[in-house]
Design a protein around this ligand. Structure first.
Ligand SMILES: O=P(O)(O)OC[C@@H](O)[C@@H](O)c1c[nH]c2ccccc12
Length: 256
C-alpha cells in the first residue's frame, strides 16, 4: 500500500545519501542544464498528448516487461510522438532505478518525469541531478505543508510538478498548492482498485488554465477516447505501451 511504498522509497533514499550527501546532490542538481518546459510540452492542443511510461513491473500486476534497455524504449516513445516520458525509479515493487532515468536522459530531449514516491527534499534534488524535468507528488501520501515545501523546491529548481489526486478532496489540495499540472490516477494506490470513470467525475473541478492528466488503466484506443471525451489534455500510459509495439500503439493513440 501507499504508506509502505513511501516508507520503502525513503529507506532507499537514505541509503543513497550515505554515498552522495545532501550537499553534494544539491550541487549536482544546480549544475544541471536548465529543466525543459514541461507545461509548454503538455499544453492543451487539438489532439490528446501522451506521457509514455518506462515501467517494468507494478505491485498490482507483478512483472510487465523486462526492459533491458530503457533508453531504447524511451527513444521509440519520443520517435512515436510522446510529449513527455515518465520513468519509474522506485526499486522495490516497480523494479526501476535512478540509473534508468539517467540513461533515458542521455537518449531523449523531451521532458522527463521522475515517477517515484517522493517524500523528502533529497529525492527532489536527486531527480533534478539525474536530469528530470518533472517530479510526481502524490497528494494521498503527503501532509499539506510538507507537500507545499516539496512543491516549492521542485519549482525553484525549474521543474514542473505533476500533482496526483484520487478524489475531490485531494483535487482541492492540489489546487491549494498552486498546481498547474494535475493528474487523476484511476488506480487507488492503497487498494490498487481501478476506477476508469473517476477522471470524468472530477474533470469539472479542475481550475481553468490547468492541464488535466488522466493516469492509469489504458488498455486500448477506446480508453484514450473515453478520457479525451471526458476532458483529458494528457493521458499517462504505462502497461499498454510496454506490452505492445510502442510505435504502433502510440500512433493509434495520437490520432485521438
Ligand atoms: O500502467 P498504466 O495502468 O498505464 O499506469 C501508468 C501510470 O499511470 C501508473 O504507473 C502510475 C500512476 N501513478 C503512479 C504513482 C506511482 C507509481 C505508478 C503510478
Amino acid at each position: 500500500m501507499l504508506a509502505d511504498l513511501t516508507a520503502g522509497a525513503l529507506v532507499d533514499a537514505q541509503r543513497r545519501r550515505e554515498t552522495v550527501s545532501l550537499n553534494e546532490v544539491e550541487r549536482l542538481a544546480l549544475a544541471q542544464i536548465p529543466a525543459l518546459d514541461a507545461l509548454a510540452a503538455l499544453a492543451p492542443s487539438e489532439h490528446v498528448k501522451i506521457i509514455a511510461e518506462v515501467k517494468r513491473a507494478s505491485p498490482s500486476k507483478g512483472s510487465l516487461a523486462s526492459i533491458v534497455d530503457p533508453a531504447a524504449l524511451a527513444s521509440s516513445y519520443a520517435a512515436g510522438g510522446a510529449s513527455a516520458i515518465s520513468v519509474l525509479t522506485e526499486e522495490r515493487k516497480f523494479l526501476g532505478s535512478l540509473d534508468d532515468l539517467r540513461q533515458v536522459r542521455q537518449a531523449v530531449s523531451v521532458p522527463l518525469l521522475r515517477k517515484d514516491f517522493m517524500a523528502e527534499t533529497y529525492q527532489v534534488f536527486e531527480a533534478r541531478a539525474a536530469g528530470a524535468d518533472l517530479v510526481l507528488l502524490i497528494v494521498a501520501a503527503l501532509e499539506q505543508a510538507h507537500m507545499q515545501e516539496l512543491y516549492d523546491l521542485a519549482t525553484q529548481l525549474g521543474m514542473t510538478v505533476l500533482v496526483e489526486t484520487h478524489s475531490g478532496d485531494e483535487l482541492e489540495r492540489a489546487i491549494d498548492l498552486g498546481a498547474q499540472l494535475i493528474g487523476v490516477n484511476a488506480r487507488n494506490l492503497s487498494t490498487f482498485e481501478l476506477d476508469r470513470d473517476l477522471f470524468e467525475r472530477l474533470t469539472d473541478r479542475f481550475p481553468s488554465g490547468s492541464i488535466r492528466v488522466a493516469e492509469s488503466g489504458v488498455r486500448n484506443v477506446d480508453d484514450i477516447r473515453h478520457y479525451r471525451s471526458a476532458g483529458a489534455d494528457v493521458v499517462l500510459v504505462g502497461e499498454a505501451l510496454v506490452t505492445s509495439d510502442p510505435l504502433v500503439t502510440l500512433a493509434s493513440f495520437l490520432e485521438i
